[in-house]
Design a protein around this ligand. Structure first.
Ligand code: HEM
Length: 341
């Protein structure tokens, strides 16, 4: 009896402490509309509205894709050997230097740097915070984007341009790419996870013929279709495939994870979210940062299954994973060529 009462009391105490833990105090923001767990987050609600209305048009379009890409080009600017501030926004502050580097020398990177730069002074935020906020907000506009994305604020100002040669090129070998990412602390599996970003990608950096050529047939949806189409022995008319993506899909260090994402879309989303969170704090002191993830908008769920486009079938797959056969997918006969996005 005594034991029973003690047990009952312990249960009540446990459930009370659980309830208190779940209640997080919110403070009203000066805009009179929002509340936040920390006043440092308030300004990001205003920046969110401005970015959505005036840069992204609430769409998973060119600017949203470019913003996501910029997170990579900023954060990789760090190496234990040569230095650099990682995810510090140096690509904005030291644009006159970093935009001359081969990896950044295209219209896509230049375009988004130009478009984001005025937001830094307009809202008195640091460029490192802005780069990652814009990246996750842009991504949140893409149906199928992962939940559980994180936005931390409080990165200090960048002190110097990142050294050249730290952002991987599409002409790099798999060994070169994996070594560069390993230098920053990413495993081969995390590299594959990060490349889920190419699910919402197009060649926006080139002008003229080929501009806007998508990387897969669902460029406005964050899904596994990119991992299917990069494994096929032909590229759909109108699509573009980076040499590096084609190689990573076929290398024995990465092929099974690549193939695994075809059917495990939820696993792909959570692996990508975790890797992007890691990318967002390269060379940053996370204990100094404030979690403002509550500002990230909700995402639209995508439940469509991956497919073989046009007349292509399992016989058109370049089987590269030796452990497991490529999954059998349905065919979407209507997808025979792709228009620019
Ligand atoms: C091996 C590493 C990578 C290489 C070699 C690479 C290379 C490229 C290239 C050449 C483009 C096309 C540029 C253009 O013509 O506009 C591109 C687009 C893109 N990349 Fe990557 N990338 C890599 C990793 C990443 C990572 C880690 C992310 C993000 C976390 C990312 C996000 C994107 C996005 C979103 C686009 C589409 C941009 C647009 O549509 O405007 N990439 N990438």
């Amino acid at each position: 009896m005594v034991f029973k009462e003690l047990f009952a009391l312990a249960s009540v105490a446990a459930s009370l402490s659980g309830s208190y833990a779940a209640i997080t105090k919110h403070v009203p923001c000066p805009d009179g509309i929002h509340t936040a767990t920390n006043t440092a987050c308030c300004t990001w609600f205003t920046i969110l509205d401005d970015l959505q209305a005036n840069l992204f048009d609430n769409e998973c379009g060119q600017e949203a894709r470019e913003a996501l890409r910029l997170t990579f080009h900023d954060a990789m600017g760090f190496s234990p050997e040569t230095g650099g501030g990682g995810a510090d926004g140096s690509i904005i502050t030291f644009a006159s230097t970093e935009l001359t580097y081969a990896a950044n020398d295209d219209g896509g990177v230049q375009d988004i740097v130009t478009n984001l730069t005025p937001f830094v002074s307009k809202y008195n935020v640091t460029p490192g915070d802005l780069v990652f906020f814009a990246g996750v907000v842009g991504l949140s506009n893409c149906p199928g984007a992962p939940t559980g994305l994180q936005f931390l604020t409080g990165r200090p100002l960048p002190v110097a341009a990142a050294p050249d040669g730290l952002v991987s090129l599409p002409t790099d070998s798999v060994s070169t790419i994996l070594a560069r990412f390993a230098d920053v602390g990413f495993s081969a599996d995390e590299v594959v996870a990060l490349l889920a970003s190419h699910s919402v990608a197009a060649a926006d950096g080139i002008s003229g013929t080929g501009h806007g050529a998508p990387f897969d047939s669902t460029a406005a949806v964050f899904d596994s279709q990119f991992f299917v189409e990069t494994q096929l022995n032909e590229t759909l008319p109108g699509a573009v495939r980076l040499p590096s993506d084609g190689l990573l899909a076929r290398d024995n260090r990465t092929a099974c994870t690549w193939q695994g994402f075809v059917t495990d879309e939820d696993g792909m989303r959570s692996a990508f979210a975790a890797a992007l969170i890691k990318l967002s704090v390269v060379a940053q002191t996370t204990s100094d940062l404030t979690d403002c993830s509550e500002v990230i908008p909700g995402v639209q769920v995508d439940t469509a299954e991956p497919y073989f486009p046009g007349t292509l079938t399992i016989t058109d797959v370049d089987q590269a994973c030796t452990a497991t056969p490529f999954p059998t997918l349905t065919q979407d006969a209507a997808v025979t060529s792709l228009a620019p996005v």
